[in-house]
Design a protein around this ligand. Structure first.
Ligand SMILES: *Cc1c(COP(=O)(O)O)cnc(C)c1O
Length: 365
């Protein structure tokens, strides 16, 4: 089978250098070789996160990282502000509920970003809330929050800020220390040119203070335990060794290209993708193109188009995989992932195939 043009927002295709690294033999995770590997990956991640905070690696997908952030910062019965602009914001609220917390949801209409003034008002309305959860890049709608401005509001009120940066960190600028993000979560299979298997989470001094007070149950995802081991170059439990091999090479590639250049490449591909889908007649889900994501583009399907059929044809006849809609957007939109190891040519090939399978012009009223 010729290789897939996998244009979903994770997992993302891997460069040959990373595929080669994945064939390496196992090493023992209590060895000096592993120490060196973990330290390189941790230091590299800190450079990309632009942080001096602690960096912890958990064996999990991104959701595991979010679960760790919830379970380590909150206590049962605690109310917490969850800013949601789509399915991933909603997921954080569900995790809070599952762990016995009370999410105070601040939701915004589909396709829009969070309004900093509404955030400020919500924080003023409930001054006892200690922690705020915000999605940086909402992968379900292709909208990127103005996190720098939102973070200023949160930090101005002295709150602990937890950010779901799963589909932004590594691809979009997210200077963790400059913005004052206390916990920042990402996942290896998004922009990092690595397979699924690792959640990466940075924790600030204020983050640790909040963690000390947290009474929610945790064991596997205890960040206190993860830090105790990280300080000596280990993880508490058996790590995803192969994913670490991949992260090492992916980070080497990112650092060689230059972090700012990686961000600019994503900005260029994002703009290119939006130009292309608009030229085909599609309407972006992002209401304000200024806030459209540079890692994933979401567009409305034309009237009468059946995504299940289109996506099956794309895969069968063209080896192209695009993502459908999630939750309330299922069947109404599709999404093009353009993060990690991606070029304009990959996007163009996927859209050319889409043009072939579309039963009608893409004009959306
Ligand atoms: C992918 C993603 C996640 C995590 O999903 P997993 O499938 O658990 O890795 C969380 N938040 C956002 C914004 C994402 O894009």
């Amino acid at each position: 089978m010729s290789s897939l043009n996998l244009r979903v927002p994770g997992p993302t295709p891997l460069p040959q250098e990373v595929l080669t690294a994945l064939s390496r033999q196992m090493i023992d995770h209590r060895s000096s070789d592993f120490n060196k590997l973990l330290r390189f990956v941790t230091d590299g991640l800190k450079q990309v996160y632009q942080t001096k905070n602690d960096m912890l690696l958990l064996t999990a997908s991104g959701t595991g990282g979010l679960e760790a952030a919830v379970a380590n910062t909150l206590s049962p019965g605690e109310r917490t502000l969850v800013v949601s602009i789509g399915a991933f914001g909603d997921r954080v609220a569900s995790i809070v509920t599952a762990f016995g917390g009370e999410p105070v949801k601040l939701s915004f209409p589909v396709g829009t970003a969070a309004d900093p003034e509404k955030l400020r008002a919500a924080l003023k309305a409930e001054p006892n809330l200690k922690t705020v959860f915000i999605t940086h890049n909402e992968t379900s709608t292709g909208v990127t929050n103005d996190l720098g401005t939102l973070a200023k509001v949160v930090k101005g009120e002295g709150k602990t800020l937890v950010v779901d940066g799963v589909s932004s960190l590594g691809s979009l600028p997210c200077p963790v220390d400059e913005w004052g993000i206390d916990l920042a979560v990402s996942g290896s299979q998004k922009g990092w040119m690595a397979p699924p298997g690792l959640a990466m989470i940075s924790v600030s001094a204020q983050g640790w203070e909040t963690i000390k007070q947290s009474k929610m149950a945790k064991y596997y995802f205890s960040l206190t335990e993860a830090k105790a081991y990280a300080d000596r170059g280990e993880t508490p439990w058996t790590p995803a060794v192969s994913t670490l091999y991949a992260m090492e090479v992916g980070l080497q590639m990112i650092l060689k290209e230059g972090v700012q250049n990686v961000f600019e490449r994503h900005a260029g591909i994002g703009a290119h993708t939006r130009r292309a889908v608009k030229a085909m007649g599609f309407k972006l889900v992002a209401a304000d193109e200024q806030r459209a994501s540079n890692t994933v583009t979401a567009v409305y399907l034309p009237e009468g188009a059946v995504w299940k059929e289109l996506s099956a044809k794309l895969r069968k006849d063209y080896n192209v995989v695009l993502a459908g809609g999630q939750a309330s957007l299922s069947g109404k939109i599709f999404r093009v992932g353009h993060l990690g190891w991606v070029s304009e040519k990959d996007v163009d090939a996927a859209l050319a195939a889409l043009k072939q399978v579309l039963p009608m012009p893409a004009k959306v009223s």
